[in-house]
Design a protein around this ligand. Structure first.
Ligand SMILES: Nc1ncnc2c1ncn2[C@@H]1O[C@H](COP(=O)(O)OP(=O)(O)OP(=O)(O)O)[C@@H](O)[C@H]1O
Ligand SMILES: [Mg+2]
Length: 263
């Protein structure tokens, strides 16, 4: 469905941030992209959705393919029209608008009938939003705002959704609830999702396939079930060592550095 082939991304014409990144997002699957702060995850999503252009960033090598169309270099709204939408980090909703108004704003390119249908669909997956449909979204909880950000993206009737760290700052139970809904959406609405996360445990629990990014490169890739068992992932991203004990972040970082020296 979505194929990123060996892309390189440069900001301000000189700062090389992505170095030969390739990712395949399977049809009707959840693919997760894991990595620490500054690894280049958000940049990858922006390169795909076309918003990079407005941030002085550029795909200087490689291609991004959506179905049989090449979309690298396209404008964000043209990419959206082709069925790909990005949900931004930090759940940006229009705080002064109600839940329902936010959804209407998300469906602005459509007919009134399609907007109504979209709202019904969003409310059927996110009943909490239905209960709060007339509430100003600035007063929604963090989890509800994340639901609204995803719901708004659904209003453009996408085939592919890019999610940027939806778990950020949310309690584990809420993350589970949201990921559960995303899983159902993927199955029932035939969506394909690229899920960027730092929370590897949560992400690998729902994903089909995963990639790990470090310093703008993919360093590990595989089926989610395999990655869950991978000792490096356990150690670096889940913070567990062989015995299952939790390692401190500092220990893990130290080990990682040592390992780099040795490799
Ligand atoms: N507009 C920009 N101009 C210049 N450099 C940028 C720009 N945006 C991001 N960068 C740099 O690119 C690198 C990757 O940033 P990116 O936001 O893609 O990381 P990330 O993996 O999403 O991190 P986080 O988990 O903190 O969100 C960082 O070193 C960052 O400083
Ligand atoms: Mg980011």
């Amino acid at each position: 469905m979505l194929a990123i082939n060996n892309i390189e991304v440069v900001y301000d014409r000189v700062i090389l941030v992505l170095k030969g990144v390739s990712i395949d997002v399977g049809d009707g699957q959840i693919t997760t992209l894991l990595g620490a702060n500054g690894a280049g995850k958000t940049t990858t999503l922006k390169a795909i959705s076309g918003v990079l252009r407005s941030e002085r960033g550029e795909v200087t090598k490689g291609t991004v393919q959506l179905g049989d169309k090449r979309i690298d270099g396209m404008r964000a709204h043209d990419v959206t029209r082709l069925g790909l939408v990005q949900v931004f980090e930090g759940r940006r909703v229009f705080e002064n608008l109600t839940t329902e108004e936010n959804l209407i704003a998300g469906g602005h390119v459509q007919t009134a009938a399609a907007v109504k249908q979209g709202i019904d669909l969003v409310f059927s997956y996110f009943p909490r939003l239905k209960e709060r449909r007339h509430q100003v979204s600035g007063y929604l909880s963090g989890g509800e705002q994340q639901m609204l950000a995803i719901g708004r993206a659904l209003m453009s009737q996408p085939k592919v959704v890019l999610l940027d760290e939806p778990s950020l700052g949310l309690a584990p139970m809420l993350v589970e609830e949201i990921f559960g809904i995303v899983s159902r959406l993927v199955k029932q609405e035939k969506l394909s999702v690229l899920l960027v996360e730092q929370n590897a445990t949560m992400a690998l629990a729902v994903a089909d396939h995963g990639y790990v990014m470090e310093n703008g490169r993919i360093v590990l890739e595989g089926p989610a079930a395999k990655l869950r068992d991978n000792s490096d992932i356990k150690e670096f991203y889940l913070g567990l060592n062989e015995g299952g004990a939790r390692k401190s972040y500092r220990d893990t970082k130290h080990y990682k550095r040592r390992k780099r020296w040795l490799s």
